[in-house]
Design a protein around this ligand. Sequence first.
Ligand SMILES: Cc1cc2nc3c(=O)[nH]c(=O)nc-3n(C[C@H](O)[C@H](O)[C@H](O)COP(=O)(O)O)c2cc1C
Length: 207
Amino acid sequence: MKVLHIDSSIRGERSVSKELSAFFMHSLQSRFGELPVDYLDLSVNTPSHPSALFVQGNYTLAEDRTPEMEAALEESEALVDRLHQADIYVIGMPMYNFSVPSNVKVFIDNIVRINRTFRKQDNHYEGLLKNKKVYIISSRGADFNDGHMLANGMDQLQPYLEKVFGFLGLDNLTFINVSPTQFSGQEARIQAIENARVRISHIVQTI
Ligand SMILES: Cc1cc2nc3c(=O)[nH]c(=O)nc-3n(C[C@H](O)[C@H](O)[C@H](O)COP(=O)(O)O)c2cc1C
């Protein structure tokens, strides 16, 4: 069982999502022993934005690509390989402006690749990242527990990830939403983090 552990907070060691994704990994290793882990911090190693050559290369058969196209796709190819190689993804992800951090968006722009992570068969699309379990620890400053934020459609992170990851075949997603971490006082923040820890401990027992 290989784990791909991804973080994306820009707040380094002060990050709640990073602390909790590390707690998830620690709980996983306590349960299963040492596991092979591939670690990617998107805030440090942010993938490049796709270029025109990237797009051209993406839609050119591998054997017909020019060296320039291959170079433009190199980073994306490596990221896609890492996704295929892991069985479990553990992702720490803050909410930024109601959606995913921009480093996650550019990561997604690199990994949604025809014939690598999805393919088109006749008239339908098929995701190629199969049999993976995905755990997303999503920290939010505001309170998303009381229903108002959700009722107003302010969560554009979870629905977006469900769609785009689902498109790639990742249909086994578990969201651990940590909220409120910022705008409801210290007590509520401590409680939100504690609730997430309890939930993570429980989830890891079911893997
Ligand atoms: C650029 C930026 C945008 C943010 N936008 C939102 C938001 O839309 N909704 C929200 O609830 N919190 C928002 N927050 C607060 C963070 O989600 C919150 O502080 C979270 O705990 C950050 O995760 P981290 O501790 O892992 O860095 C924002 C924070 C930053 C830095």
